[in-house]
Design a protein around this ligand. Structure first.
Ligand code: CA
Length: 236
């Protein structure tokens, strides 16, 4: 499979670089077109190795991984690999429901996913929503929020548990910030989906549980996050 990297466009791209890792050329070209029209610089990679290489070199604002990729690494493994070194937002593209189960089950740290067939317009909307969330997080921050012995600085997007910095994905951060902004309140999974993922997000409530598990794993006892049986979660 030939790998390809599209040339940076002549058009001024103001919204940053997105890396599209997708071996299906038709889909890749379509995403390229739509994302460029939305003002992004797009770099394409036909396999995971090249995608990771570009992600390391090009300072992307977001990476799109198809799951079914040729070569030694599939999109799931590539996502996990990238998460070791970067908290750049990641969108997974799944072809089948069983792939989606793996995305949700493996706790890869992806921020969102779309299932094929999807409309490029839908993907662009998802991308915008993710980037808007990370941006508003940067702008809206006032004083850092404290919950338990976790301090959430939404201005710097920095999290400390007992004074030690903890690396979270963009989505995990947004979820934690949402909990911290609503201390002591029981939040249903649907409220969390609406508040963190956005009302335009058509996802499964299991995705909330997956992200909660990650927060618990990373923050441990520092985060007072209780499961409210049959309802959702309460933090603080
Ligand atoms: Ca593929």
């Amino acid at each position: 499979m030939a790998e390809s990297t599209s040339k940076p466009t002549e058009q001024e791209s103001t919204n940053g670089t997105i890396i599209v890792v997708e071996d299906d050329r038709n889909i890749a070209e379509l995403l390229d077109l739509y994302l460029r029209n939305a003002g992004f610089r797009v770099l394409q990679a036909g396999d995971a190795r090249r995608g990771l290489e570009l992600a390391g070199q090009e300072h992307p604002v977001l990476v799109v991984f198809d799951i079914g990729l040729p070569g030694p690494l599939d999109g799931l493994q590539a996502c996990r690999e990238l998460r070791k070194t970067s908290d750049v937002p990641i969108v997974m593209v799944t072809a089948r429901d069983d792939e989606l189960d793996r995305v949700l089950g493996l706790e890869l740290g992806a921020d969102d996913y779309v299932t094929k067939p999807f409309s490029p317009r839908e993907l662009v909307a998802r991308v915008r929503a993710i980037l808007r969330r990370s941006e508003s997080g940067r702008r809206a921050g006032d004083e850092p929020l404290t919950v338990g012995s976790v301090v959430v600085d939404t201005l710097r997007r920095d999290v400390r548990a007992d004074g030690v910095e903890v690396q979270l994905t963009a989505r995990e951060f947004d979820l934690l910030a949402f909990f911290a902004e609503n201390p002591g309140i029981v939040l249903s999974r649907q409220q969390l989906l609406d508040g963190v993922w956005g009302s335009g997000w058509y996802g499964d409530e299991r995705t909330v549980d997956v992200h909660v598990r990650q927060l618990r794993r990373k923050l441990g006892d520092a985060l007072p996050l209780a499961t409210v049986w049959g309802v959702g979660y309460r933090c603080g």
